[in-house]
Design a binder for this molecule. Structure first.
Ligand code: NAG
Ligand code: NAG
Length: 709
């Protein structure tokens, strides 16, 4: 007994020593190795990245260009100005120890992923050819000190939330095409010293900057109006090229932030050491360091016994930490009445309805637990909650209509205005007072009778803003009626387009099909991976993909999953595990997405009882043939009249094969699907210049012109 124990203790001590030695002089963390391998491959394995490898290797030990490590984890990637092309892969968020990421002055086209390394202090994306909106994940990087996105083509209203960016000292948005008012949440930038907004199309006043501790400010060549705030005059801001008024400023209009400085205590919160982040956070990292010192002393002085107990404790801690993480994950959306008073509600700038492509309102969502800053891998239990628990949930950001309004707009829900009918309810075309045409969804009383549930759903939908998701305009909750008012898409659904076209509508070209697949993939990626908690669609099908004038897709029925009761197994969209258990996951959405891609490829419905038995189920018939070029060319929608690039077709089929795998765990996350489709478009662009400008869903490229009569 005693002998055995001694042996065990000695063994433990030996193990511990080895552990200490190896961590001091370590090979790179294997996760970071594979993340770098993927980044390298995605960046077209550029030769300029000296020493980098496509698989394996030891980035920390082998001096990979631009890579710096700390405790065998990759802490910095600085690869500016290397003429890199390609994209950055879809796993940047897995670089959890990365604090500096500089890829500026490269040629990365329009390939900025949503998910960025979550704990960055410095992020430089300048001059890379990016466009569209800034990735929302930047809003969640509370340690961020330096943000440079200058000299790209980022456009539209800034939809980032700056509430958590209280450590940010330098922000450079210059030389882009950003527009509309400055975000109200700029007022939380309590550490900001240098702000460069020049050469954009920002409008409105500079009032939100008044209370910030700025030392340098450049707002030249925008469309700002009003006066330079009195508080900023001492720093001599650069303001030429605007329509700013000179002369004494009037007293600030009501509604502007108070002229006092924001509470500095909250400022330190973002750094992870404040009170509201829980004394446990700061304190525990101290204990962590203390524990390490303690261990070393124990080894030297007390020796093996202490080591034995520490080892034993460690081995017990890890699994429980993981469990805790799982249990804490907020799956249920927060109801709207949890609005807290601790912070002023975010006032979104006036909704910009002229271009509903551009999200006009910030979605206020709590960051997911797994993005929180972690200090020490060994100390997961004590992981500080950096983000304050209290989270602002936007009030319903949609117009409330009366039943009478909608009755007039739909001509008393006249069947002539009926444009769709599903299990949830009927959809009517409606014309509002101002002439605007909208779609009104009248929810069946059988699926929803409780108005509180309805308002919770409305609040959730009103937080969703993505160019490929149908935008909610308003709702009506009156006299026991529950209606949703959406933007209207004249071209109807993909289902109609594929199967109900008459001889006057031209069939979809291959390029349009790829564009529709990519756009809807981006919509699902947004629901699954950007929204937090993830939104499972549950009813993904071609009838829920609406097409606009440019044939860009808009996914409908998002956040209505709670109203979808039974899986419609006969539809052919349900993943096998859903048919068996009735449980939906994001991976069951991925399966349904694969089915829609099959529809795009074959022009066949997912289930067709008019066909021979072996061909009735589209997935069962098509999947065995997806990797065979000859079989593929026979499967392809005859309406395409063989007008498609064969390579593109077979890559499209490869993506389908991944999505419709029977095992949910093998199906890729939607971000991977998006990347695969982006690569497909890129390659097609290289081989054929007429493919459409960037393959982005929003591109109103020449492709659409083929269709306009
Ligand atoms: C941002 O990056 C651009 C391009 O490299 C550079 O010219 C500019 O000085 C940077 N801005 C700041 C504030 O560092
Ligand atoms: C944190 O809380 C303690 C006790 O409540 C207080 O003494 C201290 O001043 C607070 N620190 C900050 C930074 O607010």
């Amino acid at each position: 007994m005693r002998k055995a124990e001694e042996l065990l203790v000695a063994l433990a001590a030996a193990l511990l020593l080895v552990g200490i030695l190896s961590s001091a002089n370590a090979a790179t963390d294997p996760n970071d190795v594979s993340n770098l391998n993927l980044l390298f491959t995605s960046l077209n394995s550029a030769q300029q990245l000296t020493n980098w490898k496509q698989s394996g290797g030891d980035p920390c030990g082998e001096n990979w260009k631009g890579v710096t490590c700390s405790n065998s984890k990759v802490s910095e990637i600085k690869i500016p100005g290397l003429g890199l092309s390609g994209n950055m892969g879809y796993q940047l968020d897995k670089f959890t120890s990365l604090t500096v990421f500089d890829i500026s002055n490269n040629n990365l086209g329009n390939q900025l992923p949503y998910q960025l390394p979550p704990n960055l202090q410095r992020l430089n994306l300048a001059n890379c050819g990016f466009s569209g909106l800034l990735p929302y994940s930047i809003s969640l990087m509370s340690p961020l000190k330096y943000l440079n996105v200058s000299r790209n083509q980022f456009s539209g209203q800034v939809t980032l939330q700056f509430t958590s960016l209280t450590s940010l000292t330098t922000l450079d948005f210059s030389y882009n095409a950003m527009s509309d008012n400055l975000p109200q949440s700029f007022q939380f930038l309590t550490s900001i010293h240098d702000m460069y907004l020049q050469n954009n199309q920002f409008a409105g006043t500079l009032d939100v900057l008044a209370t910030l501790p700025l030392q340098n400010l450049n707002v030249e060549n925008n469309r700002f109006t009003g006066w330079v705030p009195e508080q900023l005059k001492s720093i001599n801001p650069k303001t030429s090229g605007n329509q700013l008024s000179t002369g004494p400023a009037p007293p600030p209009p009501p509604g502007t932030p108070p002229a006092t400085r924001p509470n500095r205590n909250r400022g330190s919160g973002g750094g992870g050491s404040s009170n509201n982040s829980g004394g446990g956070g700061g304190g525990s990292s101290g204990i962590g360091a203390g524990a390490i010192v303690g261990i070393v002393i124990s080894v030297l002085v007390v020796g093996a016994i202490a080591a034995f107990f520490i080892l034993k404790r460690r081995s017990r801690r890890k699994p429980s930490a993981d469990l805790e993480k799982l249990n804490n994950r907020p799956f249920a959306p927060q109801p709207p009445h949890e609005v807290e008073e601790s912070k002023p509600p975010q006032i979104s700038a006036a909704a910009n309805m002229k271009a509903f492509d551009e999200p006009s309102v910030i979605s206020l969502r709590p960051p997911p637990i797994d993005r929180l800053k972690s200090f020490d891998e060994d100390d997961v239990t004590a992981m500080p909650i950096v983000t304050p628990k209290k989270v602002n949930i936007a009030p319903i950001d949609a117009k409330s209509f009366s039943v009478a309004d909608l009755q007039i707009a739909t001509d008393s829900f006249n069947v002539e205005n009926l444009i769709g009918e599903g299990s949830i309810g009927r959809v009517f075309r409606a014309q509002l007072d101002d002439g605007k045409v909208v779609a009104v969804k009248k929810i069946n009383a059988s699926v929803l009778s409780n108005s509180d549930d309805f308002l919770a759903i409305v609040s959730e939908i009103s937080l969703l803003h993505h160019p490929n998701i149908v935008e909610l305009i308003g709702y009506c909750c009156e006299h026991g009626q529950h209606l949703l008012v959406y933007e209207f898409h004249k071209n109807g659904s993909l289902h109609e387009f594929l199967y109900l076209s008459d001889e006057y509508t031209k069939p979809l070209t291959w390029n349009s099909r790829v564009k529709i697949a990519l756009g809807t993939a981006r919509a699902l990626e947004y629901l699954h991976e950007v929204c937090s908690p993830s939104v499972i669609h549950k009813n993904f099908k071609s009838a829920n993909i609406l097409l606009d004038n440019e044939l860009s897709p808009h996914l409908s029925d998002c956040a209505l999953a709670s109203l979808v009761s039974e899986p419609d197994q006969a539809s052919g969209y349900s993943a096998p595990e859903v048919a068996m258990s009735g449980v939906y996951t994001i991976k069951s959405d991925v399966y349904s997405f694969g089915v829609v891609m099959l529809e795009l490829l074959t022009g066949r419905t997912p289930f067709d009882s008019s066909r021979p038995r072996s061909e009735q189920s589209l997935v069962r018939w098509a999947t065995p043939q997806l990797h065979d070029i000859d079989a593929l060319s026979k499967m392809v929608d005859p309406a395409l009249k063989s007008l498609y690039p064969v390579k593109s077709l077979s890559r499209f089929a490869d993506v389908i094969a991944l999505c419709v795998q029977p095992e949910p765990e093998f199906r890729p996350p939607m971000s991977e699907v998006v990347q695969a489709l982006v690569r497909l478009v890129q390659r097609a662009n290289m081989s054929k210049r007429t493919f459409g400008n960037d393959g982005a869903a929003r591109a109103g490229s020449g492709d659409a012109d083929d269709y306009t009569p």
